[in-house]
Ligand binder design. Structure first.
Ligand code: ZN
Ligand code: ZN
Length: 435
């Protein structure tokens, strides 16, 4: 009988349903990986997620969810009402990127499409949203099968156009919180190229940055390259603007605040002996705090104008500063939910597999749900995707490894999907626990 007592003690030390959920996910992995390979080989660009959405909708319907499609574009909303209790929303994003895949995987994407700029491009799940959709299906299957063990309302959404930071807002504008049960809690995960496969990362508070895409059209007076005194050279002016912009972060923002101003594109001119009329700059601007964000955006406009005045341009030729319409607000993980889930995950997976990590200057539109209503508890957590052998070979130096959006990003999908399906299922069972 000694063995039986030890067995009982081991069970008692494990959180409720740990084995059940883990074993059920493990048994489902061959089927989930087949879905993953199919999604990976068939990526779709933002706003074009027709096939991916159909896949999620069909899976959820089979499981008994009430499914509505075409919410805010190709968004999918799957609702399971299961008695009294809170409402939990779980989100997966569905879009791929205009990247030509170079992973060499047997199921690599060969899909091409015409991208936003009208240019033919390869299409790839270079951000790993295929792992998100697959884990969404894995989670939906577990929670449908374990319906007797939770109470409340589960809303699972497939969100379009995350890469354009537009899909979450479009779903809200199309009645996500009015036509469907409004959540008390929202949860998502993202695969991560800075953590070894299967390791969960979390950040309390702001986890992802405010991002603003800013365009500056610098105007000048064109002319012959031989007689610059008769022209106003927009290339020299734009170069000065680029240089002065560097002082925003270095000299105007507190060293204790986070801010990034990157000029990622500078286009001007057609020929060596022609002074052009115009130079075009494209910037990405990142921050966490609203006042820092406002200072950066005001500062960019001030510097562009100030340099143009210094260059002697008339009022009619001041630079035109505009937003590219792909701005995103910071994604905040609310403290209570984040700490509760961090403990839940760490009890389940062990402390070695659950780490608090620094906030990232990347961005997301998942934060929009919380920003719409601050009473919502919100968490996005990371699931490491770097295959362990690659992580070890790089000595954990992420600079030596492909990042998200790289044509070489090939996560250990099995570990990501198994970990995320188990974590999301466990989170839901906790949040929707029978009272
Ligand atoms: Zn991405
Ligand atoms: Zn992504």
């Amino acid at each position: 009988m000694k063995g039986a007592i030890l067995f009982a003690a081991a069970l008692a030390a494990t959180p409720a349903s740990a084995e059940t959920v883990r074993d059920a996910v493990a048994a489902d992995m061959p089927a989930l990986l087949a879905i993953y390979r199919d999604l990976h080989a068939n990526p779709e660009l933002s706003f074009e997620e027709v096939r991916s959405a159909a896949r999620l909708a069909a899976e959820a319907r089979k499981l008994g969810f009430e499914v509505t499609t075409n919410v805010g574009g190709h968004g999918v909303v799957a609702v399971m009402r299961n008695g009294p209790g809170p409402t939990l929303m779980i989100r997966a994003d569905m879009d791929g990127l205009p990247v030509t895949e170079q992973t060499g995987l047997p199921f690599a994407s060969k899909v091409t499409a015409v991208g936003a700029g009208g240019v033919q491009t390869g299409v790839m799940h270079a951000c790993g949203h295929d792992t998100h959709m697959t884990a969404w299906i894995g989670t939906a299957r577990r929670l449908a099968a374990m319906k007797s063990q939770w109470s409340g309302t589960l809303v699972m959404i497939g969100q379009p156009a995350e890469e354009r930071v537009a899909g979450a807002r479009k779903m809200l504008d199309d009645g996500l919180f009015t036509r469907f049960p409004k959540p008390d809690t929202v949860i998502a995960f993202h695969d991560n190229s800075g953590l070894p496969a299967g390791v969960i990362g979390y950040t309390v508070g702001p986890a992802l940055a405010n991002v603003d895409g800013i365009d500056i059209k610098v105007r000048g007076v064109g002319g012959h390259g031989a007689v610059p005194q008769l022209a106003r050279d927009p290339i020299v002016l734009a170069a000065r603007i680029v240089t002065t912009l560097q002082t925003l972060v270095a000299r105007e923002i507190s060293p204790f605040d986070t801010a990034v101003v990157t000029v990622g594109s500078f286009h001007a001119g057609s020929k060596r002996n022609i002074i052009s009329n115009e130079a075009n700059l494209q910037l990405t601007v990142r921050s966490y705090a609203p006042d820092v964000r406002a200072h950066l955006l005001d500062g960019i406009a001030r510097i562009a104008r100030g340099e143009a005045i210094a260059a002697g341009l008339p009022e009619t030729l001041m630079p035109v500063v505009s937003s590219d319409g792909e701005s995103a607000d910071a994604t905040v993980n609310t403290q209570e939910l984040t700490l509760r889930m961090a403990k839940l995950f760490s009890d389940r997976f062990g402390k070695d597999r659950v780490k608090e990590v620094q906030a990232s200057t990347a961005s997301e539109d998942f934060g929009v749900f919380y920003l719409t209503d601050n009473s919502i508890q919100s968490l996005i957590f990371w699931v490491g995707g770097v295959p362990q052998d690659k992580w070890d070979a790089a000595g954990g130096d992420v600079a030596k490894l492909p990042s998200l959006h790289s044509p070489f990003w090939a996560p250990d999908a099995e570990k990501v999907i198994a970990t995320a399906s188990e974590a999301l299922t466990a989170a839901a069972l906790d949040i929707l626990a029978k009272r």
